[in-house]
Design a protein around this ligand. Structure first.
Ligand SMILES: Cc1cc2nc3c(=O)[nH]c(=O)nc-3n(C[C@H](O)[C@H](O)[C@H](O)COP(=O)(O)OP(=O)(O)OC[C@H]3O[C@@H](n4cnc5c(N)ncnc54)[C@H](O)[C@@H]3O)c2cc1C
Ligand code: SF4
Length: 333
């Protein structure tokens, strides 16, 4: 690994002022925050990330889970994934989030991984992680070998001619279904970004993955008040039962009354270039009888725009079955 400077600020303002000197907050950043290090240090060992300065945020006061005045939840940026998944309020009111986190990585990794780090984890595309290969995301303009190469695990929704990399997070999929908001402290002040606007589609700029600018520090994430009577399920399908990323996953938060779906929030993982909320599936559900035919129609709607590559066509049917079954599980819970 290359040499780098290390600093450990005691307050967010100092951290932001330091990181604001970076030339970018995206791929190629010369200054990076480090939290659990489970993404960043990994990529530094591979020379995919080569920051000259690391700003350790583990001493900042960002590690609390608290109720918000409106009845929602505030989750600090450095709250560990394991603490979040096992928190009583999360298990009771936001079960889909707890389930999603516990379906990811391993117990050891979850003990290190943080809320903000998970939001910013990078794709597992093998070409991105191999500096001997071209990759538009790592080195803009060099090409995308995945499109004609190994793409079995890559995305079928939100892809472009420049990049088809999957967003690998489980936590973000649940947060998309829960309509989380990400709070950022930057060089120009504070701002709040809905999770649906936080990650960017690859388009012609796959090296830009989020709306973050140099210096931007995620301070916390908020969840709106829980929806009473909602059923929540996270279903993840993968090659093996643990320590593996999703081939397809579904986060569903639905309310059913009198045999009909009255409210639905649906997001999918393993299939999109960003955590994939599906308004199409939600519209296909609301007002309809809570039965298999409706669930399958919602899944068809969610995957309507899917575009397969040479090896990942199986994901279209897999994702449909995943969402259909997650809805069935929620309806019969
Ligand atoms: C073997 C393995 C298996 C895994 N399996 C899964 C899985 O199945 N599902 C899944 O969802 N995830 C999985 N992960 C990914 C894991 O969840 C992430 O690595 C972890 O969540 C990242 O959190 P971290 O705190 O370690 O981030 P770090 O590595 O510390 O940081 C990641 C990025 O976030 C930035 N950052 C961190 N905090 C902030 C902040 N507050 N503000 C701004 N920028 C910040 C850093 O600069 C860096 O760019 C796996 C990881 C490994 C290594
Ligand atoms: S899919 Fe994206 S990350 Fe993978 S090689 Fe192509 S450009 Fe790089």
């Amino acid at each position: 690994m290359h040499a780098f400077e290390f600093m450990r600020p005691a307050d967010p303002a100092t951290a932001v002022a330091t990181a604001a000197q970076a030339k970018t907050a995206q791929q190629g950043a010369d200054i990076r925050y480090v939290a659990g290090g489970t993404t960043l240090i990994d990529l530094m060992k591979l020379n995919v990330e080569t920051p000259s300065r690391l700003v350790d945020i583990n001493r900042l006061p960002l590690d609390k889970i608290e109720a918000t005045p409106d009845g929602g939840l505030k989750i600090g940026a450095t709250v560990r994934n394991s603490d979040l998944a096992h928190h009583a309020a999360v298990q009771r009111d936001y079960a889909v989030l707890s389930q999603a986190i516990l379906n990811g990585a391993s117990a050891q990794l979850r003990n290190m991984a943080t809320t903000a780090g998970n939001l910013l984890q990078r794709t597992r595309c093998a070409y991105f992680r191999d500096t001997a290969m071209p990759c538009n995301k790592r080195e803009p303009g060099t090409g995308c070998p995945a499109i004609t190469g190994s793409n079995r695990t890559l995305a079928i929704l939100g892809t472009s001619e420049q990049c088809i990399a999957t967003n690998p997070s489980d936590m973000c999929v649940a947060m998309a279904a829960l309509e989380a908001t990400i709070h950022v402290q930057g060089a120009k002040g504070l701002r709040a970004v809905p999770i649906g606007s936080f990650h960017l589609l690859p388009g012609n700029t796959p090296h830009r993955e989020t709306v973050l600018e140099p210096g931007d520090l995620i301070t916390h994430v908020t969840l709106p008040p829980p929806v009473s009577g909602s059923q929540q399920v996270y279903l993840k399908l993968r090659d093996r039962a643990s320590y593996e990323f999703a081939l397809a996953s579904a986060a569903v938060v639905v309310t059913i009354a009198g045999g009909r779906v009255t409210r639905a929030r649906i997001a999918m993982g393993g299939v999109g270039t960003k955590p994939w909320r599906s308004p199409q599936a939600e519209s296909a559900l609301v007002g309809q009888p809570a039965n298999q035919a409706t669930f399958r129609r919602a899944a068809e709607a969610a995957l309507r725009g899917a575009r397969a590559q040479s090896e990942n066509g199986f994901k279209i049917e897999l994702a449909k079955r995943c969402l259909t079954h997650a809805l069935y599980m929620a309806a019969t819970a």
